[in-house]
Design a protein around this ligand. Structure first.
Ligand code: PGA
Length: 257
């Protein structure tokens, strides 16, 4: 059975003490409402700024079903890359996940799928779970190229992995036009793309791998619209930006399965 996940992407927000308070409020919620007892037995991931990572990972500790993650990692193991963080550093901070290819990394930092393939590889080498982001911009959807765009991102970024390696990946479909805009994909648009992605995995690997892959939706997902998005057969949870910055709202989303 594939996992249901709600992941918070804090982006470049919150002072350290604010981030720790948010994490502690979420942890307190989970202690009161064990994730195992919720419908779908979801997992939670907190993708924090790298400065917060060690403190948040320590606060999370052994809280069942909750883990911490970094928002990016470098494609090289170490060296003279001023300002960057490595997969090994993320692992040593106690985090177990890393976002790869978020659309903001793609657009503001020019990250291409070839580079993202290398980041995925090194993340796996250090035992991190990559959450690989894909998604089209509005013009591509208007020109009906969205399926081709996502196929190309996955083919170059992920489909060179062995079946065993691929089984450790989580995919996040985030239409760029929905990120931070308040315009959410309709449940039908999300389901259509998620089913397409699952079909691609089936063609590349096999039905079982496709069935077991967690595919998250991201883009203006919040406590009001999460339930109708998550109700779709191929939508296994969400990657949440703005709505992950308030514990109440984020914890309401985890109850939306
Ligand atoms: P949003 O961001 O929920 O604020 O749209 C999602 C994301 O960028 O992962």
């Amino acid at each position: 059975m594939r996992k249901k996940i709600v992941a918070g992407n804090w982006k470049m927000n919150l002072r350290l003490e604010e981030g720790l308070k948010l994490a502690n409020d979420i942890i307190a919620f989970v202690k009161e409402h064990p994730l195992k007892s919720l419908k779908g037995k979801p997992e939670m991931i907190l993708f924090t700024p790298s400065v917060h990572l060690s403190s948040v990972a320590t606060a999370v500790g052994q809280t069942e079903g909750v883990s911490a993650g970094a928002q990016n990692c470098h494609n090289q193991p170490k060296g003279a890359y001023t300002g960057e963080i490595s997969a090994e550093m993320i692992q040593s901070a106690g985090a177990t996940n890393v976002l790869v290819g978020h659309s903001e990394r793609r657009s503001y930092f020019g990250e291409k799928d070839e580079l993202l393939a290398e980041k995925t590889k090194i993340a796996l080498e250090y035992g991190l779970r990559p959450v690989f982001c894909c998604g089209e911009v509005l013009d591509e959807r208007n020109e009906k190229k969205h399926f081709d765009v996502v196929r190309k991102q996955l083919e170059t970024g992920l489909f060179w992995l062995s079946e065993k390696e691929f089984s450790k990946i989580v995919i996040a479909y985030e239409p760029v036009w929905a990120i931070g805009t308040g315009v959410t994909a309709t449940p039908e648009q999300a389901q259509e793309m998620h089913a397409f992605i699952r079909q691609l995995i089936k063609e590349k690997y096999n039905s079982q791998t496709a069935e077991n892959t967690t595919i998250l939706y991201g883009g203006s997902c919040n406590a009001k619209n999460a339930a109708e998005l998550f109700a779709n057969e191929d939508v296994d949870g969400g990657l949440i930006g703005g709505a992950s910055l308030k514990a109440d709202e984020f914890c309401a989303i985890i109850k939306s399965f």
